[in-house]
Design a protein around this ligand. Sequence first.
Ligand SMILES: [Zn+2]
Length: 412
Amino acid sequence: MSFSIEDAAQVLRPPEAGLPYLRSDRASDLGAEPGSLALDGDRIASFSADSGARQRIDARGCAVVPGFVDCHTHLPFAGWRAEEYAMKIAGRPYTEIARAGGGIRSSARALGATSDDDVLAQARGLAAEMLAHGTTTFETKSGYGLSIEAETRALRLAGALAASVAQDVTSSALVAHAVPDGFDADAWLDAVERALPQMLAATTVTALDVYVESVAFTNDHLARVGALAAAHGLDLRAHVEQFARHGSVPVALSAPARSLDHLSCASAEDVAALGAAECAAVLLPGAEVMGAEELAPGRELADAGAIGVLATDANPGTSPIVSMPLIIGLAVRRYRWTALEALLASTLNAAWVLRRSDATGSLEVGKRADVLVIDGPIESVPYRLGHNPVAFAFAGGELVYARPDQAWRLAS
Ligand SMILES: [Zn+2]
């Protein structure tokens, strides 16, 4: 199928072709000029209208941007934890809920009690919701297994999800999320280390992930997971500095990590180090808002030249959010980011975290046709907070979402 997206008010383009990422202090180098875009098969074919295309979209007044890349989600999971949210609103901290058997353990019990079919049905529903909000690439994580068998099952379910949705889906093994009952943290990582070759053989995992927090793992465990990742040729991702400062950033950077996620309590030294490192700073403003967490130093990270990234952290506990436009709106307001900084962080830089930026994340001829038509200018995405701005979404050249009120724009 070929499409011609015509007369857009803005087409978001990188300053040059082939960039793996663009540091946030260069976001203003992105172009947003009027233009058209032709898609042929699964590729972006040209930056001009194609009068021979099978279908045409009248994009007057619209922005055309890359499909969003959500590089930090906890799909697949089972059920929700609305009751914990009510507790948090009433003032009970997450760390206390977790120690009382809630939090990750609660989701692990739910996953264990839910059939494969039901887990996949929930995850596919969320993937469809993500698609309607413009997410054409996303990451999955294990971490709600809390036994070797259940972690392996979660990774297998993530693979089944990847095979059955329109998006490009990657898989991370969050092997150190909470310490399972019957283990201490060291003994659990011993078990992970022994089982890892077998876990990886059955899956398409590209990264190991670890959660450093008082209720989870320490910096020593972070270093150990980093060494395990390196030994297996995988990237290291890490949840760090979410609720309190643990000094994890220098440890992770020396691992070296591909991304450091959360960073709500990062220090000025951490900001400077991330500004110089080839390691993404993945900020999760949804979790910060929902959990009344500290505010990550987003403005400072962007000014320091970090590889700034945004993600939903979609999970049943701390961030039941799947909308990247909502995340962009929160980031712009809370971090005082420009719309371009937030768009860059949700597309090319997020694709780099997942090692997909050679294929997607920016509008370039020859890249995969993961393309959104937005119902207004780029600046309206953060401004109309809570509105879904996606009029049309293409994933791999397929028109996978068309908002009914925008159907008039489409003609054969
Ligand atoms: Zn997370």
